[in-house]
Design a protein around this ligand. Structure first.
Ligand code: GDP
Ligand code: ZN
Length: 344
């Protein structure tokens, strides 16, 4: 995200260039989408899925597993269809099957999806960045962080919040390992931004009831860096009734299906939890530097004071956001997040 032109800034009192107008409109739309995602009740608002649709829980080598209530089918996913979908199915995708229930014939339009940037240089695709849909049709993204071990960093949370909000998915922060100490003061930032926070411990069971209640009746995806306790939380939530219904595996560059990218667990009749174990890189996909500030909603007020309409709040003179930072009205951790993601 580096190397933006810095000298194209327009003074507010001059007429804005088309590029500035375009970027301004883009930021306005992003802010609206982010606000909507933070407060949306759930994606269920758009009504139930058709009764004859199935949910994809697993896909490998042209075959997949789909579920519909208590029914589960293994079926073919013709390569032609995967091309029509613009890629493989993701966990949570709703599909229709042929009358014999042995082949996927249609993918229903996605309500949303959680995407990351996959830049695996060993892939046959030529090594460029690719979009990877981790999960589709998700009501809630549970951003898991640990109070300690690995150390708590707002920066790590910010990345996942942006991924969720970019996908139009309501986020919830789950701070695991909460028995290890006092809650970090930075957590208050997120409550202030309207993001629910659940203090939890997979080890002691603290907060699991609250977490379960938040997941009830939804499809949720767990995201977070490895080691924060995602698998432990899944196990604690599932208890003894292991109910992993499937996993999406990816083809490795040797053509074997080895890497597990997402797993579907069924917690109840309409309650699914998608886990994303073993994913190491969580690059943001399709978010322009100029758009990034829209995800930092607390910047919006101070940004109105910036001398330049298209201020990036990095080095421009007369920046309202940096003034707010110096005055302590914007958190240094959040500003640091913004800068790092901007440079990525
Ligand atoms: P994942 O990589 O996010 O799936 O994390 P894991 O579930 O594998 O957990 C990583 C490590 O953290 C393991 O050693 C767990 O035993 C430990 N862990 C998980 N949950 C807790 C917790 O609530 N408290 C403490 N102290 N450790 C935990
Ligand atoms: Zn500024």
């Amino acid at each position: 995200m580096a190397n933006r032109e810095k000298d194209g800034g327009s003074r507010k009192d001059k007429r804005a260039s088309p590029r500035v107008l375009r970027e301004r409109e883009q930021r306005r739309q992003t802010r609206a989408r982010v606000a909507e995602a933070a407060y949306a009740a759930s994606a269920d608002d758009s009504g139930p899925w058709p009764a004859d649709s199935w949910m994809a829980t697993e896909l490998a080598g042209g075959r997949g597993w789909v579920v519909q209530g208590d029914r589960r089918r293994e079926c073919a996913v013709p390569a032609r269809l995967a091309r029509e979908f613009g890629g493989v199915l993701a966990i949570g995708d709703r599909v229709r099957l042929d009358p014999t229930e042995t082949s996927v014939i249609e993918r229903l339009p996605r309500r949303n999806h959680l995407a990351r940037k996959r830049s695996d240089r060993t892939r046959q695709s030529g090594g460029g960045a690719q979009e990877h849909s981790l999960a589709a049709n998700v009501d809630l993204a549970v951003v898991v962080a640990a109070l300690a071990d690995p150390p708590f960093h707002p920066r790590l949370i910010d990345r996942f919040l942006i991924m969720a909000q970019h996908g139009g998915i309501q986020p919830l922060i789950c701070l695991n390992k909460c028995e290890l100490g006092e809650p970090p003061p930075e957590l208050a930032i997120y409550a202030g931004l309207g993001v629910p926070v659940v203090m939890a411990s997979a080890h002691t069971g603290t907060g699991l009831d609250r977490l379960r209640a938040s997941l009830q009746g939804k499809s949720s995806v767990l995201v977070g860096h490895s080691g924060v306790g995602k698998s432990s939380l899944v196990n604690a939530l599932l208890g003894s009734a292991m109910a992993t219904v499937g996993a999406i595996s990816e083809k490795s560059n040797r053509g074997r299906h080895t890497t597990t990218a997402a797993q579907a667990h069924r917690l109840g009749a309409d309650t699914y939890l998608f886990d994303t174990p073993g994913i190491r890189s969580w690059g943001l996909w399709a978010i322009q530097p100029s758009e990034l500030q829209a995800y930092f909603s607390e910047f919006a007020g101070p940004a109105a004071e910036c001398r330049y309409r298209d201020c990036t709040h990095r080095a421009e003179p007369g920046c309202g956001v940096r003034a707010a930072l110096e005055a302590g009205a914007i958190s240094a951790a959040r500003f640091d997040s913004y800068n790092r993601l901007f440079d990525e």
